[in-house]
Write a protein that binds this ligand. Sequence first.
Ligand code: HEC
Length: 276
Amino acid sequence: MRLKIGKLTFWLTIVAGAGTSLAGSLVWAQTAPDPVAEYRAMFGDDNPAVLWTLRGQDLWKEVRGSKHVSLAKSCDLGMGTGIIKGAYAHLPRYFADTKKVQDMESRLLTCMVDGQGMDKAAILKNRFGEGDRKSDLEALAAYVVDASNGVAISLPLEHPEEKRAYALGKAIFFYRAGTHDFSCASCHGQVGKRIRLQQLPDLAGPGKDARDTYATWPAYRVSQGEVRTMEWRIGDCFRQQRLPQLKYGSEAAIDLTMFLAKNAEGGKMAAPGLKR
Ligand code: HEC
Protein backbone atom coordinates (compact mmCIF):
# COMPACT_ATOMS: atom_id res chain seq x y z
CA MET A 1 0.00 0.00 0.00
CA ARG A 2 1.31 3.47 -0.88
CA LEU A 3 0.21 6.59 1.03
CA LYS A 4 0.85 10.13 -0.18
CA ILE A 5 0.76 12.89 2.41
CA GLY A 6 1.95 16.19 1.02
CA LYS A 7 5.39 15.62 -0.40
CA LEU A 8 6.01 12.50 1.62
CA THR A 9 5.29 9.08 0.32
CA PHE A 10 4.97 6.19 2.70
CA TRP A 11 5.08 2.57 1.75
CA LEU A 12 3.25 0.22 4.03
CA THR A 13 3.04 -3.50 3.85
CA ILE A 14 0.71 -5.45 5.98
CA VAL A 15 2.86 -7.93 7.79
CA ALA A 16 1.11 -11.24 7.41
CA GLY A 17 1.39 -14.34 9.50
CA ALA A 18 0.75 -15.27 13.07
CA GLY A 19 3.34 -14.78 15.76
CA THR A 20 4.78 -11.65 14.12
CA SER A 21 7.09 -10.03 16.61
CA LEU A 22 6.84 -6.38 17.62
CA ALA A 23 9.97 -5.78 15.59
CA GLY A 24 8.36 -7.52 12.65
CA SER A 25 5.33 -5.25 12.76
CA LEU A 26 7.54 -2.15 12.96
CA VAL A 27 9.41 -3.22 9.89
CA TRP A 28 7.92 -2.18 6.58
CA ALA A 29 8.96 -4.40 3.75
CA GLN A 30 8.56 -2.69 0.40
CA THR A 31 10.24 -1.36 -2.66
CA ALA A 32 10.72 2.34 -1.87
CA PRO A 33 13.63 4.05 -3.62
CA ASP A 34 16.97 4.17 -1.83
CA PRO A 35 16.94 7.52 0.01
CA VAL A 36 20.74 7.64 0.20
CA ALA A 37 20.89 7.39 -3.59
CA GLU A 38 19.73 11.01 -3.65
CA TYR A 39 22.65 12.08 -1.48
CA ARG A 40 25.03 10.13 -3.67
CA ALA A 41 23.65 11.85 -6.74
CA MET A 42 24.03 15.21 -4.97
CA PHE A 43 27.67 14.59 -4.08
CA GLY A 44 28.58 12.89 -7.35
CA ASP A 45 31.87 11.09 -6.90
CA ASP A 46 32.81 13.36 -4.01
CA ASN A 47 32.62 12.20 -0.44
CA PRO A 48 33.16 14.86 2.22
CA ALA A 49 34.97 12.12 4.19
CA VAL A 50 38.09 13.09 2.23
CA LEU A 51 38.47 16.04 4.64
CA TRP A 52 38.65 13.56 7.54
CA THR A 53 41.06 11.34 5.61
CA LEU A 54 43.43 14.27 5.04
CA ARG A 55 43.29 15.36 8.65
CA GLY A 56 43.84 11.75 9.71
CA GLN A 57 46.91 11.55 7.51
CA ASP A 58 48.39 14.61 9.26
CA LEU A 59 47.54 13.16 12.67
CA TRP A 60 49.11 9.82 11.73
CA LYS A 61 52.40 11.51 10.84
CA GLU A 62 52.43 14.13 13.60
CA VAL A 63 54.81 13.71 16.55
CA ARG A 64 52.50 13.92 19.56
CA GLY A 65 52.02 12.95 23.21
CA SER A 66 54.40 12.80 26.16
CA LYS A 67 56.47 10.18 24.30
CA HIS A 68 57.02 12.51 21.33
CA VAL A 69 56.43 9.96 18.65
CA SER A 70 54.19 9.72 15.59
CA LEU A 71 51.75 6.88 15.01
CA ALA A 72 53.54 6.27 11.70
CA LYS A 73 56.66 5.37 13.70
CA SER A 74 55.02 3.51 16.56
CA CYS A 75 51.57 2.11 15.79
CA ASP A 76 51.04 -1.49 14.68
CA LEU A 77 47.55 -2.15 13.36
CA GLY A 78 48.40 -5.77 12.68
CA MET A 79 50.46 -5.42 9.48
CA GLY A 80 53.63 -4.12 11.10
CA THR A 81 54.60 -0.76 12.58
CA GLY A 82 53.29 2.17 10.57
CA ILE A 83 51.66 0.03 7.89
CA ILE A 84 48.07 0.92 7.18
CA LYS A 85 47.57 -0.62 3.75
CA GLY A 86 45.00 -3.40 4.10
CA ALA A 87 45.01 -3.20 7.92
CA TYR A 88 41.29 -2.52 8.32
CA ALA A 89 40.32 -5.49 6.13
CA HIS A 90 41.91 -7.84 8.70
CA LEU A 91 40.56 -6.27 11.87
CA PRO A 92 39.47 -7.07 14.53
CA ARG A 93 42.41 -9.33 15.34
CA TYR A 94 44.41 -10.59 18.30
CA PHE A 95 47.37 -8.46 19.41
CA ALA A 96 50.05 -10.15 21.45
CA ASP A 97 51.18 -6.93 23.21
CA THR A 98 47.77 -6.19 24.72
CA LYS A 99 46.74 -9.88 24.78
CA LYS A 100 43.40 -8.78 23.40
CA VAL A 101 41.32 -8.93 20.28
CA GLN A 102 41.00 -5.33 19.13
CA ASP A 103 39.05 -3.49 16.48
CA MET A 104 40.48 -0.46 14.71
CA GLU A 105 39.11 2.06 17.19
CA SER A 106 40.36 0.30 20.32
CA ARG A 107 43.73 -0.37 18.64
CA LEU A 108 44.14 3.29 17.68
CA LEU A 109 43.34 4.15 21.27
CA THR A 110 46.07 1.77 22.49
CA CYS A 111 48.55 3.35 20.05
CA MET A 112 47.68 6.88 21.16
CA VAL A 113 47.62 6.16 24.89
CA ASP A 114 50.34 3.52 25.39
CA GLY A 115 52.42 4.36 22.33
CA GLN A 116 52.27 8.16 22.26
CA GLY A 117 51.46 8.85 25.91
CA MET A 118 48.31 10.80 25.20
CA ASP A 119 45.49 11.31 27.69
CA LYS A 120 42.93 8.51 27.34
CA ALA A 121 40.07 10.37 29.05
CA ALA A 122 40.51 13.39 26.78
CA ILE A 123 40.56 11.24 23.63
CA LEU A 124 37.49 9.31 24.73
CA LYS A 125 35.63 12.47 25.71
CA ASN A 126 36.06 13.63 22.12
CA ARG A 127 35.53 10.24 20.47
CA PHE A 128 32.54 11.53 18.47
CA GLY A 129 33.04 14.86 16.76
CA GLU A 130 30.35 17.49 16.37
CA GLY A 131 30.52 20.70 14.36
CA ASP A 132 33.80 22.52 15.04
CA ARG A 133 34.82 20.00 17.69
CA LYS A 134 36.39 17.31 15.53
CA SER A 135 37.36 13.87 16.79
CA ASP A 136 40.93 12.66 16.23
CA LEU A 137 39.74 9.05 16.34
CA GLU A 138 37.24 9.65 13.53
CA ALA A 139 39.85 11.39 11.36
CA LEU A 140 42.39 8.62 11.94
CA ALA A 141 39.73 6.00 11.26
CA ALA A 142 38.94 7.62 7.89
CA TYR A 143 42.63 7.67 6.98
CA VAL A 144 43.28 4.08 8.03
CA VAL A 145 40.20 2.60 6.37
CA ASP A 146 40.83 4.52 3.15
CA ALA A 147 44.10 2.59 2.81
CA SER A 148 42.12 -0.67 2.62
CA ASN A 149 40.08 0.39 -0.38
CA GLY A 150 39.65 -2.57 -2.73
CA VAL A 151 41.22 -5.03 -0.26
CA ALA A 152 39.15 -8.17 0.42
CA ILE A 153 37.91 -8.59 3.98
CA SER A 154 39.63 -11.62 5.47
CA LEU A 155 39.65 -12.85 9.05
CA PRO A 156 41.08 -16.36 9.34
CA LEU A 157 40.24 -16.53 13.09
CA GLU A 158 43.40 -18.51 13.81
CA HIS A 159 43.91 -17.39 17.39
CA PRO A 160 41.60 -18.96 20.00
CA GLU A 161 40.79 -15.47 21.31
CA GLU A 162 39.61 -14.48 17.82
CA LYS A 163 37.38 -17.53 17.66
CA ARG A 164 36.04 -16.68 21.08
CA ALA A 165 35.35 -13.06 20.07
CA TYR A 166 33.40 -14.25 17.04
CA ALA A 167 31.34 -16.70 19.09
CA LEU A 168 30.53 -14.06 21.70
CA GLY A 169 29.70 -11.51 19.02
CA LYS A 170 27.30 -13.98 17.45
CA ALA A 171 25.68 -14.69 20.81
CA ILE A 172 25.21 -10.97 21.48
CA PHE A 173 23.75 -10.47 18.00
CA PHE A 174 20.97 -12.96 18.70
CA TYR A 175 20.49 -12.11 22.39
CA ARG A 176 17.09 -10.55 23.06
CA ALA A 177 16.96 -7.95 25.81
CA GLY A 178 15.69 -4.54 26.83
CA THR A 179 12.20 -3.13 27.20
CA HIS A 180 11.21 -4.28 23.68
CA ASP A 181 12.88 -7.68 23.84
CA PHE A 182 14.79 -6.90 20.65
CA SER A 183 17.98 -8.53 19.46
CA CYS A 184 20.12 -7.21 16.61
CA ALA A 185 18.47 -9.96 14.58
CA SER A 186 14.99 -8.50 15.22
CA CYS A 187 15.90 -5.66 12.86
CA HIS A 188 18.78 -7.17 10.90
CA GLY A 189 17.70 -10.79 10.44
CA GLN A 190 16.01 -10.70 7.04
CA VAL A 191 16.74 -9.36 3.57
CA GLY A 192 14.69 -6.46 2.19
CA LYS A 193 13.30 -4.96 5.40
CA ARG A 194 12.90 -1.31 6.29
CA ILE A 195 12.01 0.68 9.35
CA ARG A 196 10.67 4.14 8.69
CA LEU A 197 12.40 4.85 5.35
CA GLN A 198 15.68 3.22 6.34
CA GLN A 199 16.92 0.00 4.87
CA LEU A 200 17.69 -2.73 7.33
CA PRO A 201 20.46 -4.93 5.96
CA ASP A 202 20.47 -8.62 6.86
CA LEU A 203 23.55 -8.94 9.05
CA ALA A 204 22.72 -12.26 10.71
CA GLY A 205 25.05 -14.34 8.54
CA PRO A 206 27.32 -14.24 5.50
CA GLY A 207 25.83 -12.67 2.38
CA LYS A 208 25.70 -9.66 0.10
CA ASP A 209 24.03 -7.41 2.70
CA ALA A 210 26.68 -8.28 5.28
CA ARG A 211 29.51 -7.62 2.79
CA ASP A 212 28.11 -4.39 1.35
CA THR A 213 27.38 -3.01 4.82
CA TYR A 214 30.66 -3.83 6.51
CA ALA A 215 32.73 -2.75 3.50
CA THR A 216 31.30 0.78 3.62
CA TRP A 217 32.05 1.65 7.26
CA PRO A 218 33.48 3.95 8.62
CA ALA A 219 31.28 6.36 6.69
CA TYR A 220 30.36 9.98 6.26
CA ARG A 221 26.88 10.44 7.72
CA VAL A 222 25.07 13.10 5.74
CA SER A 223 22.49 13.64 8.51
CA GLN A 224 25.27 14.42 11.00
CA GLY A 225 27.96 15.93 8.79
CA GLU A 226 30.52 13.67 10.48
CA VAL A 227 32.52 10.55 9.72
CA ARG A 228 31.35 7.76 12.02
CA THR A 229 32.99 4.44 12.77
CA MET A 230 31.57 0.98 13.42
CA GLU A 231 31.80 1.61 17.19
CA TRP A 232 29.48 4.56 16.74
CA ARG A 233 27.14 2.59 14.45
CA ILE A 234 26.77 -0.31 16.88
CA GLY A 235 26.42 2.10 19.81
CA ASP A 236 23.56 3.86 18.05
CA CYS A 237 21.85 0.52 17.41
CA PHE A 238 22.22 -0.33 21.12
CA ARG A 239 20.22 2.85 21.70
CA GLN A 240 17.60 1.79 19.14
CA GLN A 241 17.49 -1.57 20.85
CA ARG A 242 16.87 0.25 24.18
CA LEU A 243 20.01 -1.27 25.71
CA PRO A 244 22.36 0.57 28.11
CA GLN A 245 24.95 2.79 26.43
CA LEU A 246 27.64 0.74 24.69
CA LYS A 247 31.07 1.36 26.16
CA TYR A 248 33.56 2.52 23.52
CA GLY A 249 36.26 -0.07 22.91
CA SER A 250 34.46 -2.63 25.07
CA GLU A 251 34.59 -6.36 24.46
CA ALA A 252 30.93 -6.32 23.41
CA ALA A 253 31.61 -3.70 20.73
CA ILE A 254 34.69 -5.56 19.46
CA ASP A 255 33.02 -8.99 19.50
CA LEU A 256 29.99 -7.72 17.57
CA THR A 257 32.34 -6.11 15.04
CA MET A 258 34.18 -9.42 14.72
CA PHE A 259 30.88 -11.19 13.97
CA LEU A 260 29.90 -8.58 11.36
CA ALA A 261 33.38 -8.59 9.80
CA LYS A 262 33.53 -12.37 9.53
CA ASN A 263 30.11 -12.43 7.86
CA ALA A 264 31.45 -9.88 5.37
CA GLU A 265 34.45 -12.02 4.43
CA GLY A 266 35.36 -11.81 0.75
CA GLY A 267 33.73 -8.39 0.32
CA LYS A 268 36.02 -5.64 -0.94
CA MET A 269 36.50 -2.63 1.30
CA ALA A 270 34.96 0.56 -0.14
CA ALA A 271 35.16 2.96 2.79
CA PRO A 272 34.77 5.66 3.94
CA GLY A 273 31.24 5.20 2.64
CA LEU A 274 28.42 7.70 2.40
CA LYS A 275 25.36 7.10 4.59
CA ARG A 276 22.08 8.77 5.41
C1 HEC B 1 15.06 -1.45 16.43
C2 HEC B 1 15.73 -1.86 15.25
C3 HEC B 1 17.24 -2.08 15.31
C4 HEC B 1 17.94 -2.90 16.14
C5 HEC B 1 17.41 -3.75 17.28
C6 HEC B 1 19.31 -2.84 15.70
N1 HEC B 1 19.44 -2.00 14.63
FE1 HEC B 1 21.11 -1.72 13.49
N2 HEC B 1 20.08 -0.38 12.37
C7 HEC B 1 18.77 -0.02 12.52
C8 HEC B 1 18.45 1.05 11.60
C9 HEC B 1 17.11 1.76 11.49
C10 HEC B 1 19.61 1.29 10.84
C11 HEC B 1 19.79 2.30 9.74
C12 HEC B 1 19.99 3.62 10.37
C13 HEC B 1 20.13 4.74 9.41
O1 HEC B 1 20.00 4.59 8.18
O2 HEC B 1 20.38 5.78 9.91
C14 HEC B 1 20.61 0.37 11.34
C15 HEC B 1 21.89 0.26 10.84
C16 HEC B 1 22.84 -0.66 11.23
C17 HEC B 1 24.12 -0.86 10.61
C18 HEC B 1 24.64 -0.11 9.37
C19 HEC B 1 23.86 -0.51 8.17
C20 HEC B 1 24.31 0.10 6.86
O3 HEC B 1 23.56 -0.02 5.89
O4 HEC B 1 25.36 0.71 6.79
C21 HEC B 1 24.77 -1.82 11.31
C22 HEC B 1 26.15 -2.38 11.03
C23 HEC B 1 23.89 -2.21 12.39
N3 HEC B 1 22.73 -1.50 12.30
C24 HEC B 1 24.20 -3.16 13.36
C25 HEC B 1 23.37 -3.49 14.43
C26 HEC B 1 23.75 -4.35 15.51
C27 HEC B 1 25.10 -5.02 15.65
C28 HEC B 1 22.68 -4.43 16.35
C29 HEC B 1 22.57 -5.12 17.68
C30 HEC B 1 23.43 -4.61 18.71
C31 HEC B 1 21.62 -3.64 15.76
N4 HEC B 1 22.08 -3.07 14.61
C32 HEC B 1 20.34 -3.55 16.30
C33 HEC B 1 17.87 -0.58 13.40
C34 HEC B 1 18.19 -1.50 14.37
